[in-house]
Write a protein that binds this ligand. Sequence first.
Ligand code: G6Q
Length: 541
Amino acid sequence: MSQQLTETQAWQALEAHYQNVKDADLRTLFAEDGERGERLTAEGAELFLDFSKNRVTDETIRLLLDLARERGVEARRDAMFRGEKINITERRAVLHVALRAPAGTRIEVDGQDVVPEVHEVLDRMSAFSEKVRNGGWTGHTGKRIRTVVNIGIGGSYLGPEMAYRALREYRDPALALRFVSNVDGANFEAATEGLDAAETLFIISSKTFTTLETMTNAGVAREWLVGKLGDESAIAKHFVAVSTNTEEVRKFGIDTANMFGFWDWVGGRYSMDSAIGLSTMLSIGPDNYRALLAGFHAMDEHFRTAPLERNLPALLGLLTVWYNNFFRMETLGVMPYAADLARFPAYLQQLQMESNGKHVDLDGRHVTYETGPIIWGEPGTDGQHSFFQLIHQGTKLIPCDLIGFIKPLSANAHQHDLLMANFFAQAEALAFGKTLDEVKAEGTPDYQAPFRVMDGNRPTNIILADKLTPHALGTLVALYEHSVFTQGAVWQIDSFDQWGVELGKVLAKRIIPELSAAGDAPLGHDSSTNALIRRYRAGKA
Ligand code: G6Q
């Protein structure tokens, strides 16, 4: 059994250190050290991280790095890259890094190099995408495909939708994407509203091909299409599948020639760069998709080779541990200053919370410390006009990552300056606040002055990239993937299983037949669930 985290030397050193620095103020830290803003930064894979506005000293960082070393973060990282089965509860390798490894790299699972298969699927995806994009692939009636509907949920949905929105500038305008995830029929109806079935292609994206929501929606889509086109054989030209389960794909009626595979060593929330990214590739084209993969790979290489002192994902992960476990913060905000990254916080929610929302360590013991924080966020500047109030002046400490880009996507450079002025100003205001004297000096009346004081000392990370390109998006996602990895390694949890999600998949199945049973049919739940089901039965009757 490994040593409990809280018993390690590095942890105890951090606890003692925390007592000394917990009240340290960013104003003072900056005033005493003119180089802080330049020194507490790191750069890698074309991303720049300024972590100087955190409640840390150089000693904090040194101790956090000691913790990472004592907990074997580097060894665990190397084990992941070697294809070892570090997902111990499912006995699986964790190799999303192989999905973006250049051809010729060797990464083995059970003695077999997986990189050639990855590239074979990528090549098939490219050929298919080109064909759809250039009109070579037509629908059943000979019409060109104009809309692609991705049916999938969780890891088979959030990444593709996030990427579609994020890479708006790179889309083929002649091909629209829509997404159906929820088992709520309203989702399918809204997503297919106004579509011409003859021009619509469905991608059924499901690793297992057994997920209730996805299989239900896939069935509805098949009925919808056959109903509109009046011919079962239309399915062949309007349905493709992305899955690891060939047998179920065949049973559903999709020709396995139109199936794009991936492998059990790709976790759902780590799969947007596997064949699950087919919709992304259709939209932005194979070249841009490969640039996205190159961005992922650049960050993988940075994570794998840069010393921890300058390693962006390691630093980001360790800072999360610092706030989560010492300041006992509950949540972490992620605010992209880019309207196109509107779904990035939702994507990160799954990535981080499903990975590190665990209460048992790798030895099966209940942890005696906090694990994964709650992740949330909205794009800036929108957030500034709603919940930022609480971050500035509330009683809770909410560290935030602010993500910004130097170059605009839009043609309006002036608007980009306005956006970025807000980006820099928010981080400044959060860190340094406004004292009573400063408020009064602005001529604020006495009755109002105390309410306008901002204590400051609110930590932020600034993540700056050049431009929101496919490459940059890849580096950003991989940055967070490896930050999550670092946190999980420190906490010694399995960041790659999801037993809580699996439970949800089973529980509903038991209730489904009960909802359509007779009103007085016996029920075996608790009194609350029984009464609710009865009320529902009565109401719908
Ligand atoms: C991801 C999770 C979960 C999964 C969905 C969809 O890590 O396991 O979000 O992606 O439940 O599963 P399928 O792709 O198998 O339909």
